[in-house]
Design a protein around this ligand. Structure first.
Ligand code: SF4
Length: 295
């Protein structure tokens, strides 16, 4: 981390003394480590996913639902040892997995923490919940650490990626990163209760007015990976922040928009998918960032 180039931002900063685009130093900062019931059913199950929310982010999505922690900086600094301990505490609470949310800028510390926790008895699968704005080299570092890749595939064109997330090369970076994830975990494996143990689930959040882009995302994923991955089509987009400069996305998606994307997925043959019920387009998905499980 003396010259941080962990992600495509290539900030080249010494994070012991400075911060780059993600706004985080080399000290791990988290805002919550708790059981979470709102992931896909094969991740949350009935017992919950042991979800660790990292502060900071290497994207700047204008519609981010977690701005308080992603750009607001809320959270508490912890050591790698404490992070490992929090994984073990989640295991004791009955979590089905350890789910690392927005982890990219702490990749190296996470590798260290997972190794430490495994030496102390961590048995749970590790879920890596990322925007996919990743470098292939960084994803390769995680090959022995991550069991379940949970990447977003946010955009199919870099115009939108730049407009909404200041990431002008998102599409090629995300495609290459997801290729590497599928290479590492080419098949989804579930236990007897239907809880995923290994594999790749790619999410696409449907944005208002962007049905065609959503169809392109689903089509790309299905043409490339078939049913070796699961595609999760998400309807929960909710404008939580001031989007007056982005009027085209300053509303929820309509049921009709969502249905058109789902119908298209069915039409092209997608079998391994997850859908969200209409009710799920709600702010209830945003957990309280209250340092639960951190202190
Ligand atoms: S992890 Fe942060 S500092 Fe490092 S390259 Fe990415 S945005 Fe920059």
């Amino acid at each position: 981390m003396s010259l941080c180039n962990i992600c495509p931002r290539n900030c080249n900063v010494d994070r012991s003394a400075q911060t780059g685009f993600c706004s985080m130093t080399d000290t791990v900062k988290i805002s919550r480590a708790a059981l979470h019931m709102w992931e896909e059913p094969c991740i949350s199950g009935d017992k919950g996913s042991g979800t660790v929310f990292f502060s900071g982010c290497n994207m700047k999505c204008v519609f981010c639902q977690n701005k308080e922690i992603s750009t607001g900086g809320f959270g508490k600094d912890i050591t790698v040892e404490r992070l490992a301990e929090s994984f073990l505490q989640l295991q004791e609470k009955g979590a089905l997995n350890i789910n690392l949310v927005t982890p990219t800028h702490y990749t190296l510390q996470i590798i260290d923490a997972v190794k430490k926790a495994r030496q102390q008895g961590l048995k749970l699968p590790i879920v890596y919940n990322t925007s996919s704005y990743e470098k292939v080299e960084t994803i390769r570092l995680l090959a022995d650490v991550v069991d379940i890749w949970l990447p977003d595939f946010k955009y199919t064109d870099n115009f939108a990626a730049q407009r909404y997330s200041l990431a002008p090369d998102y599409v090629q970076m995300a495609k290459a990163a997801i290729d590497e994830m599928v290479k590492q975990q080419p098949e989804c494996i579930f236990d007897d209760e239907g809880i995923i143990q290994k594999g790749v689930i790619v999410r696409h959040l449907v944005l208002p007015g962007q049905v065609q882009r959503a169809k392109e995302a689903v089509e790309y994923l299905y043409n490339r990976y078939g049913d070796s991955i699961f595609i999760s089509i998400m309807s929960q987009y909710t404008p939580c922040t001031n989007l007056e400069n982005y009027p085209e996305i300053n509303r929820k998606i309509t049921p009709e928009e969502y249905d058109r994307v789902v119908d298209y997925a069915v039409e092209i043959g997608v079998e391994n998918g997850f859908l969200q019920e209409g009710e799920s387009a709600s702010e209830s998905f945003i957990p309280p960032f209250d340092l639960a499980g951190v202190e």
